[in-house]
Structures are given as structure tokens and as C-alpha cells.
Design a protein around this ligand. Structure first.
Ligand code: SAH
Ligand code: SF4
Ligand code: F3S
Length: 514
């Protein structure tokens, strides 16, 4: 980073010391505190992203966590889950120990999600619940990070009404956790450090992965799609791709450690590489290199139909460790609504893409995300979602009622659809999702499938659970020694959301699709 960039970065940092005893907050905000701005977050700068390969913890902070414990509660998507793994890695390097109860913790972080209003309500509920604990243990530090911290209204609300929070930081500066903690220990005031603009790409951040079987690998950060309903481009900044060699090295490392499956992460993984200068390199090229690594399964999430190109389809059709499950959010079945959503494809274009995928990968399993009740959605338009769902033959879906997000274009649209109608539509859609899921599961009865065994079933410790390459949950009896392995299981009974089966073979299977 040169001097000019350093100063620019400093400008982007909004560190505030909000006096906890201060009564007149309004005066305070205007003079000292400037909140993260959704308007600034929307700007897509032309400046290059800098890559840093040299993350290290300032020696001044070493031992900060000695005798202290941390607890992180994570909301939202895999991106947040993975950020939590990084923050846990930083805590461990600082000498903190993990704990799984808030009562036992010296630092509590809430890694938040802003995607829908109910996600935010849950976090505010938790912030309220933590207040008595803070009063009991004044030395406890409580921090709010993740996507909600990037919203000015949230930061203002916490400053005004939740003064027991000690730190607020955003998604672009989790690598600054040691500095933020240090500041929080030194000052008796709320530390707010939220960057409205994305930072650089930082490699070699420490990580504590949640399991030893499946791992997440970020391939890019941010989103430039600006679907009109969505807050993510504001909370996660512009698209920045990691360099292929760094991704390949991380995957090789995971393979060497015995990981069985990796999921490549990005908000719109199909845009991978577009920002890499001087390179004609995309997700297809990356997958083609990764498939040569000796790791049994590789997935990616989330795909955007718009950028799903022919070369990627060609590479995926090579199979092997590239699984035949594609999660492809369509959001809606009506071209008019898709246009209002700024998805930049029509129903017909989506169907053409699906047909191309099915032709190249005949055993492909497709799943999706759908929003019902977008502003002014008519009954006919909603029925187009139902008919598209059937026509594609999706095997399952995440379904949501549209939730207006402040600062997004859709939030300004007038909406004539009453909530009861939206709820009723969601129910009808879910009935279809259930029906189609059971139908897809039934087809698997009698088949023998490869299952990656993850552990004991949640409901019955006598039974083990795992997933097929196509992400179907399978329960079966087997010795615990097969946990972490891929085994062959004969499916005996199909239910809507899971399969029951019998262990056929406990040794490493050959390449089998299913
Ligand atoms: N980047 C991914 C999805 C990110 S959010 C993609 O584009 O597919 C996950 C899902 O949440 C979205 O696919 C969408 O279905 C849903 N979602 C996003 N914003 C929403 C909103 N304002 N209201 C309801 N659902 C929303
Ligand atoms: Fe949101 Fe659209 Fe980006 Fe997905 S592609 S994160 S829905 S703006
Ligand atoms: Fe939520 Fe942020 Fe993920 S808004 S869905 S945690 S990118």
C-alpha cells in the first residue's frame, strides 16, 4: 500500500468514540460520528484492489487473550460462517480460548446478517438478551460485526439504544480485529470501525475450520449485480477475485489435510475472474484446474444464471470430483418480475440455460432460491413461478417472502400485495417444493449411492448421517469408524427431506455419481 492509498484507506475508516454516558446523541453524531453510508457503499471505484499476502499480528497485541475466552454467534450465509472461522483463527493467535456459552465468555461477537428483516430482528433480540450479562460482568466485551454493521440505520440504532455494545465493525475489516479489541479494552467508549468501501484482498489470514471433513474456500468477495431487492452489494462491496494460485494452494492444502469436500464461496461465483487484470480467466478455468487436485468433491455457491457460460458447463460435464449438483437461484418465474428485480435474464433465457446444462450433464440435480411477494406481484406472475419450478424439475429450493431492505431500489416501489396473500403464496410454493422433493427422493429408492459420512444423526446417535454428491441427506447404520469417509449405501426408503439406507461397502468407493 503506498502513502496515498494508506491515507485513502484512513479516510474510509470511520472510527468513533461514542461516549457511553453521553445523553445528547444527536449532537454527538453530527460533530464526531459519521456512520457507514449505503450511498458510498454503492459506488464502484475504478481503483485497483491491492493483494496482501503477509497478514501477521502486531507483536504489541500478542498475549492479549491470555486467560480470556471468546464466543462467536454466526447468522446468515456460508460467507459469514467462513468469516467466523477467520475471526476464530485471529482470536486463537491472540491467545484467547474458545467457549461455547455466552456466560463463560470474555468477548462475545455477533456476526450478523442483513438479508431480510427477520434476520435483523433476531440479532436485535439477542443484543437485548445480552444486556443483563454485560451488567453482571462489566469487563465483558460485546461486539456486533457482519453485514448489519454495514448499514447506517443499524449502527445508529445500536448507538442510540444499545449502549452495552462495546464494538461495531464491518465485513471489510475483520483482519483489524486485534486493533479493534485493543481499542475496546483501552477506551471505555463504544468503538465503531466500519469501512463504507471494501478493502483489499488479504491472504494468509488464520482460520479455525469448523470440521475436518468439509471446508469452505472463498474465491471472491463482494457483488456487483445490484438485484433491486438485495442488500448484499452494499454490505459486501465490489467484486474482488482472489488470485487463482492462492485458491489452488488453499485447496491443495485442504486435500493434503484429508478434507473430503470443499465448497468454493462467493456471492456470484460465476463472475469470478472478471476483475483480474491481464487475465482471461473465469470460474470454468479455475474449476478445470481444481478438478485435477486429489480431493473427492468440489462444489460452488452461489451461481448467477446470467454469467453461467458454456465453458463452465463444458468443464462441469467432465464430472469426477466436480459434483453434479448445481444450486442456481432463479428468484422468479415471470420475465416481468425478473426485469423489475434487475436479474438481467428472462424466463426463456433461464430455461435455455437449464436445457444446456441438462444436455451436457444429464444427471445434474438443480436446486434454487425463490422470492414470493415482490412488490405488485400478480396471481398470474406468481403462477409463472410455480410452472417454471415444475418445468425445470428443481429438486428443492430455499423460498422467501420478499423483505424490503432500506436503501435498495425495490424498497422504494409501492406494493399492493397484502402480507396474507404473500404468506398464502409462500405456502403454495412450499407445497410444490415438498412434492417435487419427495418425487426426486423416491427415484433413488433401490439405488446404491456414495455418501460422505459426517457423523451421528442428530435425532438418533445409533444412526450415522451423510450427504450424497447431490446434497441429499442419508441416514444409515454403520460403525462409527466410517465417519469422515465416503461409503456406498443402498437406499431403502425415501422421505421428503432425507433418505434411509443400508451400508453396502465401507471402503473407499471408486468414482461413482449419485
Ligand atoms: N448471491 C446469491 C444469494 C444471496 S442471498 C444469489 O444471487 O443467488 C440468498 C437469497 O436470499 C437470494 O437468492 C434471495 O432468494 C434471497 N433474498 C435476497 N434478498 C432478499 C430480500 N430482500 N427479501 C427476500 N429474500 C431475499
Ligand atoms: Fe444479491 Fe443479486 Fe448479488 Fe445475489 S447476485 S448477492 S441476489 S445482488
Ligand atoms: Fe446475510 Fe451478508 Fe450473507 S446479508 S446472506 S450474511 S452476505
Amino acid at each position: 500500500m503506498n502513502e496515498e492509498q494508506r491515507l485513502a484507506a484512513q479516510d474510509a475508516v470511520q472510527t468513533s468514540n461514542s461516549k457511553k454516558q453521553e445523553k445528547d446523541y444527536s449532537k454527538y453524531f453530527q460533530t464526531v460520528y459519521s456512520p457507514p453510508s449505503l450511498k458510498d457503499a454503492k459506488k464502484r471505484g475504478k481503483e485497483d484492489v491491492n493483494y496482501h499476502k503477509d497478514f501477521s499480528i502486531d507483536p504489541a497485541f500478542e498475549g492479549m487473550g491470555k486467560g480470556r475466552k471468546f464466543y462467536i454467534r454466526t447468522y446468515g450465509c456460508q460467507m459469514n460462517e467462513h468469516d467466523t472461522e477467520v475471526m476464530a483463527g485471529i482470536f486463537l493467535q491472540l491467545g484467547y480460548e474458545p467457549t461455547d456459552t455466552t456466560e463463560d465468555a470474555d468477548v462475545i461477537l455477533l456476526n450478523t446478517c442483513a438479508i431480510r428483516e427477520n434476520a435483523e430482528n433476531k440479532v436485535f433480540g439477542e443484543i437485548g438478551h445480552l444486556k443483563p450479562l454485560k451488567l453482571e460482568k462489566p469487563d465483558l466485551l460485546i461486539g456486533v460485526c457482519g453485514c448489519m454493521s454495514q448499514e447506517e440505520s443499524v449502527v445508529n440504532k445500536i448507538l442510540k439504544t444499545h449502549q452495552h455494545i462495546d464494538m461495531i465493525f464491518g465485513t471489510h475489516n475483520i483482519h483489524r480485529l486485534p486493533n479493534i479489541l485493543n481499542e475496546a479494552y483501552l477506551s471505555k467508549e463504544m468503538v465503531v470501525e466500519v469501512w463504507s468501501k471494501e478493502g483489499d484482498v488479504i491472504e494468509n489470514l488464520p482460520k479455525v475450520r469448523k470440521g475436518a471433513i468439509k471446508g469452505w474456500v472463498n474465491i471472491m468477495y463482494g457483488c456487483d449485480k445490484f438485484c433491486t431487492y438485495c442488500i448484499v452489494p452494499y454490505t459486501r462491496g465490489k467484486e474482488r477475485s482472489r488470485h487463482p494460485e492462492d485458491i489452488i494452494q488453499e485447496v491443495r492444502h485442504l486435500a493434503a489435510q484429508g478434507y473430503q469436500e470443499i465448497t468454493l464461496l462467493g456471492q456470484n461465483v460465476n463472475a469470478y475472474g472478471k476483475d483480474l487484470q491481464g487475465m482471461d480467466y473465469g470460474l470454468g478455468q479455475l474449476m478445470d484446474e481444481l478438478r485435477k487436485i486429489d480431493i473427492p468433491r468440489i462444489r460452488f455457491t452461489t451461481s448467477h444464471p446470467r454469467d453461467f457460460d458454456d465453458y463452465l458447463i463444458e468443464v462441469l460435464s467432465k464430472g469426477g470430483n466436480l459434483v453434479e449438483h448445481i444450486h442456481l437461484p432463479v428468484q422468479h418465474g415471470s420475465s416481468e418480475i425478473l426485469k423489475l428485480m434487475a436479474r438481467k435474464y428472462s424466463r426463456e433465457q433461464f430455461l435455455t440455460l437449464v436445457n444446456k446444462i441438462k444436455k451436457a450433464i444429464p444427471n445434474a440435480v438443480l436446486t434454487t432460491d425463490i422470492i414470493v411477494g415482490f412488490p405488485n406481484e400478480t396471481e398470474e406472475q406468481f403462477e409463472e413461478t410455480l410452472s417454471l419450478y415444475r418445468e425445470v424439475g428443481f429438486e428443492t429450493a430455499f423460498t422467501y417472502i420478499y423483505s424490503p431492505r432500506e436503501g435498495t431500489p425495490a424498497a422504494k416501489m409501492k406494493d399492493n400485495v397484502p402480507m396474507e396473500v404473500k404468506k398464502e403464496r409462500l405456502q403454495r410454493l412450499n407445497n410444490l417444493v415438498n412434492e417435487m422433493s419427495l418425487q426426486a427422493m423416491k427415484k433413488l429408492e433401490g439405488q446404491t449411492m456414495e455418501v460422505l459420512v459426517e457423523g451421528e444423526s442428530r435425532k438418533n446417535p445409533e444412526v450415522l448421517s451423510g450427504y450424497t454428491r447431490t446434497s441429499k441427506l442419508v441416514n444409515f447404520k454403520a460403525p462409527k469408524s466410517v465417519i469422515g469417509q465416503r461409503v456406498m449405501v443402498k437406499i431403502t426408503e425415501a422421505k421428503t427431506w432425507s433418505l434411509n439406507g443400508e451400508l453396502v461397502e465401507a471402503k473407499e468407493p471408486a468414482e461413482v455419481n449419485g
